[in-house]
Design a protein. Structure first.
Length: 356
C-alpha cells in the first residue's frame, strides 16, 4: 500500500503523528486544521504530557496501562526520526502525600501494587522512607518523610513535539490546510480519510463528551525537581511536571464539562496552593500561562478506532492519556489500514467496524 491519497483531519497530537507517518510511507497526505497556523485548538498543546502507565492505573483499565507500556518503548524510536530534538525522559514518577492524607495514599498504593502484580512486566512501585526520598528529590525531603517511586515512567515536552512534527510535515511536503473547518464526508474522493479532530468530531461520535482540564505553566528557576511529582490529595490531586529551563506544568482539574472558557479563579487557587504545599520555592515563581482545554472522552473513558466503508477511520477518546498511548494507537491504526488487527487486539484497543 503506497501512493494513496489520504486526508487527515485535525492537527492535534494524533493528526500530526498520523499525517507524518503516512507521508513517510509514501502516501500523498493532506492535513486539515480548523485553527489558523498561529493558533492552538488542541488538547495536546496544553497537556502535561506525562507518560505514566502505573500511576494512571489507579484510575484506568489495564489495557490503557498495556498501551502505555508499549508506547514508552516506541516514543524514543519515533522521536529519533524527527529532525528537531524533543525533550523526553524516563526517570520515573515520585508520588507524595501530606501526613493527614495517609489513608488516601494507602488506597492509591494498593491499586498500584495490584496492577504490578497483574502485570509483572511493569516496574513495581518502590516505597520510600525519608532517606531514600531525600536521595531522589532532596528539595522535597523537608516537607515529606515518605513517598512512592514509580521507576521507568516518563514524560516529554508536548510543545516541542508538536512543533517538531509540524516542521517535519512541512519538509515532507504534506499539504497543510489551516483555518479549514472540515468533516470527513467532504473528502469522499480520497482513498482514506483519517478523522483525528478530538472534540471537533463530536457529531461523528454520538457519545463523545468533554472532560475539562485546567493547567498552569509557571517559571520557577529556584525549584529543582528532576521528575514529575504527584501529590495525593482527597480533593486536589495534583501533578507537577518539570520541563526544561525552569518551566513547570501544574495540573490539572478534571471537570465533566465541554466548557472551554478560561480557567476559574477557584481552580487556579487550588492548583497553586497545592503546588506551594509541595515546594515553598513556588512562592516566587512566575505564572506564564493559565489554560483550560477539554479532553475528548468516550463513555468508558477508553480510546477507540472506528472504520467504515474501508476508507473512513475515526480515532478518538484519548481522554487524559493521549501522550501515554499515542504510539500504540498510531501503530494499530496503520496496521488496520493494511487489514491487520493483531496489534489492536493484543493491546485491547477497541476497533469498531460499521457496515457500509
Ligand atoms: C489539561 C490537560 C492535561 C493533559 N495531560 C496529559 C498527560 O499528562 N499525559 C497524557 O498522556 N495526556 C494528557 N492529556 C490528554 C491529551 O492531551 C489528549 O488525550 C490528546 O491531546 C488527544 O489527542 P487528539 O489528537 O485526539 O486531540 P487534540 O490534541 O485535541 O487535537 C484535535 C485537533 O483537531 C482540530 N479540529 C477540531 N475540529 C476540527 C475540524 N472540524 N476540522 C479540522 N480540525 C479540527 C483541533 O483544533 C485540534 O487541533 C491532557 C489533556 C489536558 C486537557
Amino acid at each position: 500500500m503506497n501512493g494513496l491519497n489520504i486526508v487527515v483531519l485535525g492537527a492535534g497530537l494524533m493528526g500530526r503523528l498520523v499525517a507524518w507517518s503516512l507521508s513517510r510511507l509514501g502516501h500523498r497526505v493532506q492535513l486539515h486544521e480548523t485553527k489558523a497556523s498561529d493558533q492552538h485548538g488542541a488538547a495536546a498543546w496544553v497537556a502535561a504530557a506525562m507518560l505514566a502507565p502505573l500511576a494512571e492505573s489507579a484510575i484506568t483499565e489495564l489495557n490503557v496501562v498495556q498501551m502505555g507500556r508499549y508506547s514508552l518503548q516506541r516514543w524514543p524510536e519515533l522521536l529519533a526520526e524527527l529532525e528537531h530534538p524533543v525533550f523526553f525522559q524516563q526517570d520515573g514518577t515520585l508520588v507524595v502525600w501530606h501526613r493527614q492524607d495517609a489513608s488516601e495514599a494507602q488506597r492509591f498504593s494498593a491499586k498500584l501494587m495490584d496492577t504490578a502484580q497483574r502485570m509483572p512486566e511493569l516496574n513495581a512501585p518502590v516505597a520510600l522512607n525519608a532517606a531514600s526520598l531525600h536521595q531522589l528529590e532532596p528539595t522535597l525531603s523537608d516537607v515529606f518523610q515518605q513517598g512512592l517511586f514509580l521507576p521507568g515512567e516518563g514524560q516529554l515536552d508536548n510543545r516541542q513535539l508538536l512543533n517538531a512534527l509540524m516542521q517535519q510535515l512541512q519538509s515532507s511536503h504534506v499539504e497543510l490546510h489551516f483555518s479549514s473547518n472540515v468533516s470527513p464526508e467532504q473528502f469522499s474522493h480520497a482513498d482514506w480519510v483519517i478523522d483525528c479532530r478530538g472534540m471537533g468530531a463530536h457529531k461523528a461520535w454520538d457519545n463523545l463528551r468533554g472532560v475539562r482540564g485546567e493547567v498552569l505553566r509557571i517559571h520557577a528557576p529556584d525549584v529543582k525537581l528532576s521528575r514529575p511529582v504527584r501529590l495525593i490529595h482527597p480533593r486536589y490531586p495534583l501533578y507537577i511536571a518539570p520541563k526544561q529551563d525552569g518551566v513547570f506544568v501544574i495540573g490539572a482539574t478534571e471537570i465533566e464539562s465541554d466548557d472551554t472558557s478560561p480557567a476559574s479563579v477557584r481552580s487556579s487557587l487550588e492548583l497553586l496552593s497545592a503546588a506551594y504545599s509541595v515546594h515553598k520555592g513556588f512562592a516566587e515563581a512566575r505564572i506564564l500561562e493559565i489554560n483550560a482545554q477539554i479532553r475528548p472522552t468516550l463513555p468508558d473513558n477508553l480510546p477507540a478506532i472506528r472504520i467504515h466503508e474501508n476508507k473512513y477511520m475515526h480515532i478518538n477518546g484519548l481522554y487524559r492519556h493521549g501522550f501515554l498511548i499515542a504510539p500504540a494507537i498510531l501503530d494499530a491504526a496503520l496496521d488496520l489500514m493494511e487489514g491487520r488487527s493483531d496489534l489492536a487486539h493484543s493491546l485491547g484497543i477497541s476497533v469498531l467496524e460499521e457496515a457500509p
